[in-house]
Design a protein around this ligand. Structure first.
Ligand SMILES: *Cc1c(COP(=O)(O)O)cnc(C)c1O
Length: 462
């Protein structure tokens, strides 16, 4: 310890460091305050280090590196924390990786608008205040067939808002088989409670009949709620009441029907060899009064909660003061506008929305992509192989769906699959893959050709 107190004398003082040529340069680049703070932080680190240091040379090395440490700390603190990652998991809507990726074409369109002022709430024809929702309402109406529409922050917000508007201090009847937990502590019963609605759950986990609903009706019943079990399926001895029958029951008792649809699918996925996922149009056609769905699940747009339905109900929702607290910003409106516009061209939409493109990519094209990646990678010091695998929809959508795909399997003589996983994850542009049967896999379904060079670099750095 006596020795270590000598080491403390080796640590440069803050004032001295601030006169270092390189540190002066940092001040010019990053500004004085943050550089001073980081210099102090790094000196504190060295003090901690010195306390346990075992030799003078160790301390000497640490001090030698001080300016370098200051620079890398500054770099880290001043760069964006959110960054691009390469998704090699094969999970198309990866909740942890930002759900729906957006297309560069749409971002370029929106980019131009976001940099300056916009007509977000300005009616250019009348020269006075306009409505932000007007920019997308007509398109949503046209695409879904609904009478009216509004957009809020996300579908969880939409659920809260619909319940609070139509069933606050009243009862909403829902099936026990549909008490969904979406994840991130979003549970239908909890949201209902938070919105001030009393949940009346009827039926059993596997079966709910129409008279289960009917028997639960009281003077306080304000809503029939149907929740799409988007992230699980109850199979076997099951029965639920169809949307058509729920709507008939709704008209008979004069109680509105609300459908929380989860993913907002606007096209028939069965046409692309996938299972049919209920569409927004299906619900509108069945006569549902209010429907809500996410903007960034299978719709493939920005995070948003879209509410459509009959005029009188949507009007009430628009006038709920809570709507103001849940409103979307100009980025969401512009991005949603760009994505919805793509849906106007039914023939091309799956090619122009990344989520739909990845979902419908066929196996042969993925195999070709895997071969191209192997060509780009060329000779490496790891063992590379094309392997058959299964991709998933993810994001709490289509839980049973396993889509055939191909992955590149990476094996090393010196690194374990776990080591490779870490190194790829810590790469400058992190590459996220998965380990299956003791091989590190990169599923090509969710990897773009533009990312191949980056993968090559990461493999070179292994
Ligand atoms: C995903 C989902 C939600 C929540 O939507 P977010 O856009 O994530 O807020 C609500 N209900 C259902 C049925 C869902 O699948």
């Amino acid at each position: 310890m006596a020795n270590n107190s000598e080491y403390f004398k080796m640590i440069p003082k803050v004032d001295v460091l601030l006169e270092d040529e390189k540190v002066i340069e940092f001040v010019r680049i990053y500004g004085r305050q943050i550089v001073v703070d980081v210099v102090r932080e790094c000196i504190d680190d060295i003090r901690m280090f010195v306390k346990q240091a075992k030799s003078e040379s160790e301390v000497y090395d640490k001090i030698e590196n001080l300016v370098f440490d200051i620079e890398s700390t500054l770099c880290k603190k001043t760069s964006l924390s959110v960054k691009k990652v390469i998704n090699g998991t094969g999970t198309i809507l990866h909740t942890n990786l930002g759900r729906a990726p957006l297309s560069q074409k749409h971002l370029d369109k929106v980019n131009n608008i976001m940099a300056g002022y916009t007509n977000l709430e300005y009616d250019l024809e009348k020269g006075k205040r306009g409505l932000r929702y007007s920019h997308i309402e007509d398109k949503i109406k046209y695409l879904t067939g609904a009478e009216s529409a509004i957009v809020v922050n996300n579908n969880a917000a939409a659920v809260m808002l619909v319940l609070s508007t139509l069933a606050k201090n009243k009862e909403a009847i829902t099936s026990r088989g549909e008490l969904v937990e979406i994840g991130g502590s979003f549970r239908v019963p909890d949201v209902m409670e938070a919105s001030g609605t009393k949940l009346v759950d009827v039926g059993t986990t596997n079966k709910t009949h129409i008279d289960d609903y009917e028997n639960a009706i009281t003077d306080d019943t304000a809503l029939f709620l149907k929740v799409h079990t988007s992230n699980y399926k109850i199979v076997g001895f099951t029965e639920s009441v169809s949307l058509n029958d729920m709507c008939k029951m709704g008209s008979q008792y004069n109680i509105p029907v609300y459908h929380d649809l989860g993913s907002g699918v606007l096209i028939d996925l069965a046409k692309y060899g996938l299972e049919h996922e209920p569409t927004v149009q299906d619900s509108v056609k069945a006569g549902v009064d209010v429907i809500s769905f996410s903007g960034d699940k299978l719709l493939g747009g920005p995070q948003a909660g879209i509410i459509v339905g009959k005029n009188s109900y949507i009007e009430k929702i628009k006038n709920n003061p809570m709507t103001r607290a849940l409103r979307v910003d100009k980025f969401t409106i512009a991005m949603l506008d760009a994505v919805l516009t793509e849906y106007l061209n039914k023939e091309n939409v799956v090619n122009n929305i990344p989520i739909l493109k990845n979902l419908t990519l066929n196996k042969d094209d993925i195999y070709k992509k895997a071969n191209t990646l192997l060509e780009v990678l060329g000779d490496t010091n790891v063992e590379l192989r094309i392997l058959e695998t299964q991709s998933q929809a993810g994001g709490g959508s289509m839980p049973l769906l396993e889509i055939p795909s191909y992955a590149i399997g990476i094996k090393s003589k010196v690194l374990t699959p776990h080591d490779i996983e870490i190194k790829f994850r810590e790469f400058e542009t992190p590459i996220i893959g998965r380990i299956s049967h003791d091989v590190f896999l990169l599923d090509l379904r969710t990897i773009e050709k533009e990312d191949f060079e980056m993968i090559k670099e990461a493999i070179t750095c292994l």
